[in-house]
Design a protein around this ligand. Structure first.
Ligand code: HEM
Length: 492
């Protein structure tokens, strides 16, 4: 018995030693692999030298630092501290993607002038899902479509009087309320107005109000892309599906019953008619594409204008001397009219010099997006470094707009600075609407909308903060408690 035990023990002992050495071997291999992987994470393989920076933690990179909110209109500390430490071009990693952030105005200008040759558009995940940015072949078509329906000719021919009427009605309604949260109220205004240009109010009788849906959607669009029930991102994707279904219905109904029979023959062609007319002309045009464009155009025409409007409320209320000069400009326009009640004209809009400087200044301070997003199509050399092919490049427009080398006292709201600013600063360091091939086709529409809004606002109303007013960058500008104002008719 005891010899049997001994022999089994003897045969067991070497097996245990073998297993242990195998285990140690595996641990050693794993350690080498992880160390190598960590080294590669921190020092990605490239043909040249990477711009300085840090790739942060495995998998998440520096995402947490990037989205950490900062309670100021200034650049978020993430960007500010890295610009100080590494200079105007640095590398980082966001949500597992290697990224270059550039606040170098010459480099930014250069790559935007070589868009689609050196770089291509790139979108955050949420945007990519919403706009199918991978396929760029339709971009030119959409650009022309937007210019056709929102460009200078459309503004001169029909949009200016429509905008003025809508804004007058809206401000009258706002002034009858105890207080208004101007950011979300401005989303409703801009969605309702643009919606009418897109599909002539076909959705006005829909069970769910489109502007309410966009209000929810816009809150979730910039959230962390975690698609599980309860998250803002999940809600955003759900509303996105519902909005698209509603738009798909409108499209189907319009195709079945074209405008001449359903709306009468005097109705002007809207953007939806235009898309339907082109259905058989362009190979990429189909029902899905049309819904996608209606959705995307409503989004771009509302979010940025409503942020700018809300910020203008706050900045003008806090700077009475600017408000005074602005009011004087608009009273002068009224004084020069033969008929005080005649509608605002294109020439009057063009004469609003100070108003346009106020709008520039609000856009500069707002700098709501952290930048323009591109992806390198090839290795790009810059100042002895190499940006590897495939890396995301963020053209940090906010860092240009808030740079003290270009704009004295950059956090100060000072529209008068635009009176004698150098043209080179404007072309290379001020690009709220982008630059080059993909420059925003809605830029003039936005300026006109904001100018008319300010015209009606300062000539007829005054406003006072009721609550909120806090600004946060995370890194996109947010108004966490809203901007609640009491708007009242002017007494004098
Ligand atoms: C304050 C208002 C607005 C701001 C600050 C703004 C900003 C921008 C910027 C920075 C870009 C360029 C993006 C890039 O280069 O990657 C852009 C593109 C675009 N914007 Fe706007 N936008 C505004 C309003 C509008 C409006 C009202 C419309 C529609 C009527 C519009 C339609 C578009 C379209 C279609 C593009 C894509 C252009 C292309 O890829 O060729 N935007 N916008």
């Amino acid at each position: 018995m005891s010899s049997a035990i001994l022999s089994s023990f003897q045969s067991y002992a070497p097996a245990k030693t073998d297993l242990l050495s195998v285990a140690w071997g595996l641990v050693a291999l794993l350690t080498i692999y992880i160390t190598h992987w960590l080294y590669r994470w921190r020092n990605p393989k490239t043909k040249g030298v990477l711009p300085p920076g840090s790739m942060g933690l495995p998998f998440i990179g520096e995402t947490i630092q990037l989205i950490m909110p900062s309670a100021s209109i200034d650049l978020p500390p993430f960007i500010k501290s890295r610009l100080k430490r590494y200079g105007p071009i640095f590398r980082t990693n966001v949500a597992g993607r290697p990224v270059i952030i550039s606040a170098d105005s010459e480099f930014n200008y250069y790559i935007l002038r070589h868009d689609e040759r050196l770089v291509e558009s790139w979108s955050l995940d949420t945007f990519a899902k919403l706009f199918d940015q991978n396929d760029q072949s339709w971009r030119k078509y959409v650009r022309n479509l937007a210019l056709n329906h929102f460009g200078v000719e459309a503004l001169k021919e029909r949009l200016i009087p429509r905008m003025e009427d809508t804004i007058r009605e809206t401000l009258a309604a706002w002034s009858s309320q105890e207080s208004m949260e101007v950011k979300s109220a401005a989303i409703t205004l801009t969605i309702d107005f643009a919606g009418r240009q897109l599909f002539s109010g076909d959705l006005e009788k829909a069970p769910l109000k489109l502007s309410d849906m966009y209000n929810v959607l816009l809150q979730g669009l910039m959230s962390f892309p975690l698609n599980i029930p309860g998250t803002a991102h999940h809600k955003c994707l759900k509303i996105h599906r519902e909005v698209r279904l509603m738009m798909g219905d409108v499209l189907k109904k319009r195709r079945m019953s074209p405008p001449s029979s359903s709306h009468g023959t005097d109705r002007q062609e809207d953007l939806l008619d235009h898309l339907i007319r082109d259905l058989n002309k362009e190979s990429f045009l189909n029902e899905d594409f049309i819904v996608q464009q209606l959705f995307g155009l409503l989004y771009v025409s509302s979010d940025s204008i409503s942020i700018t409007l809300a910020l203008a409320f706050k900045l003008l209320a806090e700077h009475p001397s600017v408000l005074e000069e602005l009011t004087a400009e608009h009273e002068e326009i009224l004084k020069n009219r033969e008929n005080l009640d005649s509608p605002l004209t294109w020439n009057e809009y063009k004469s609003m010099t100070f108003t346009l400087q106020v709008i520039n200044e609000v856009l500069r301070l707002a700098s709501f997006a952290p930048g323009l997003f591109r992806r390198a199509l090839q290795d790009i050399p810059i100042n002895g470094y190499t940006i590897p092919k495939g890396w995301v490049i963020v053209i940090a427009t906010a860092a240009l707009h808030l740079n003290s080398n270009q704009f004295d006292d950059p956090l100060e709201f000072n529209p008068r600075r635009w009176k004698d600013i150098e043209s080179s600063v404007v072309s290379k360091s001020f690009m709220p609407f982008g630059l080059g091939l993909k420059q925003c086709p809605g830029a003039e529409y936005s300026r006109v909308f904001l100018a008319i809004f300010l015209h009606v606002l300062v000539t007829k109303y005054r406003w006072a903060l009721v609550k909120g007013g806090k600004i946060v960058r995370a890194p996109i500008i947010r108004f966490p408690h809203g901007f609640h104002y009491k708007i009242s008719e002017r007494i004098n």
